[in-house]
Ligand binder design. Sequence first.
Ligand code: ADP
Ligand code: G6P
Length: 473
Amino acid sequence: MGKTFIISNRLPVKIERKKNKLVVTRSEGGLATGLGSFYREDGSWWLGWPGIIPKNTEEEEFIRKELHSLNLIPVFLTPEDIKGYYEGFSNAVLWPLCHYRPSFVDFNEAYWNSYLNVNNKFASEALKHLDNDTNIWIHDYQLMALPELLRKHDQSFTIGYFHHIPFPPEELFRMLPWRGQLLKGLLGADLIGFHTFEDTQNFLNSCSSNLRMEAHYNNLKCNGRRIFVEAFPMGIDYEKFKNAALSQEVLQKAREVKEYYRNQKIILSVDRLDYSKGIIERLRALERLLKSHPEMIGKIVLYMLIVPSRDEVSAYKKLRNDIDRLVGNINAVYGRPGWSPVAYFYQSVPFEELSALYVAADICFVNSIRDGMNLVAKEYIASKQSDKRGVLLLSEFTGASKELTDAVLINPHDSIKVSASLYHALNMPVKEQKERIQACQHIVEKFHVHHWVKLFMERLQETKHLQRKELAR
Ligand code: ADP
Ligand code: G6P
């Protein structure tokens, strides 16, 4: 097996300007945290955007050098690219459509042109580094046109693509004026992966109705090339979370958190600021619980950690204001001197702190309206090592819920039942907590992220092998 060349919009680290200095920090989001911890182990290289616009060529050179030492290669985006391709087509068209929110979609032709332009930019950068021996692995919805652009350059390339977010049903996807081009873009790959079986079916249905291409079980033929479409549920770096959760540093931090919130049960939520995460619905469920069970007042806290995300996109700006208002209202109505029901933090936290929060939390509350996978759920499970106590409340609309069936599954739209489940979780007997955590842990431990990478890359090799055999016939 040759080397792997990963391409995604977001690199696993970002460059930030802090007090006039450029610093490297880790990126948030499932793609970056999932693959970011180990891609270098097998000498892979990763091409993507470092999240900053350099001020001059010296800064650009500095960034290139810093990233090179991490096996990373930057693609720099201009302010116009960021507006049209990133905030526009990626996050105001594809993201809402793939998360079943068509009313949020801004069907803007200029966004589409910018998207194509930037996908071409990624192709030209990538082609400087690729040869026939390399396995190309493209990630996520920002680069759906890229597989075809690379394929046009060299028919023999080995190209895998993984879609980290849901793929919508055909009735939704067909709303896109550029649906045919996007599907053809993806079909430049040899293997197309999704988190769930439903996503694979949605994609194949879109190919069949928009491109008149009939799938045979899990594959279809495009220009004589057989392409496979399969589910590969992504895992996490289990050992990393396990070891952290057992380390003295994290255990000490967890004790401090528990001490700070003594006599209160900690309900933890961790997300990027995103309407797909059901943050408003989560707050409403908490509000309902406090109203229907006033005996809980002073006894629980929702520790809500939100990392800023896409703050120039209008739906995200509005969401931030809505959250601020609702948190303020809940704390004002139900709070008491010395106690607030919601502890809200709008910031990214270092890994050890996050790990300590997972260890300390009595409940992890994942309430997504739609989520490709949701790695937070798996990270919480992997962090429950020493006493195996804790409850995962998990939305049925996450990819993770298909695997973690021993979590307490919830429908985020049903606030009455969600608040009842929260109450149930707060009172769950320890024995049941342990049984559920252990059953989930078994899955998260077995299907870790290294396993996911191995499986995908092996399938990619098999696909190539099959294609060659068919061509030789
Ligand atoms: P998404 O990919 O939509 O952001 P996931 O739950 O799959 O959702 O992945 C989110 C990742 O970002 C997780 O690995 C999580 O640990 C990390 N993350 C989210 N919020 C924070 C935060 N406030 N500080 C640090 N890491 C965070
Ligand atoms: C999700 C997407 C990723 C994206 C991440 C963070 O995980 O699947 O592709 O990188 O969110 O979003 P951002 O817009 O900051 O890259």
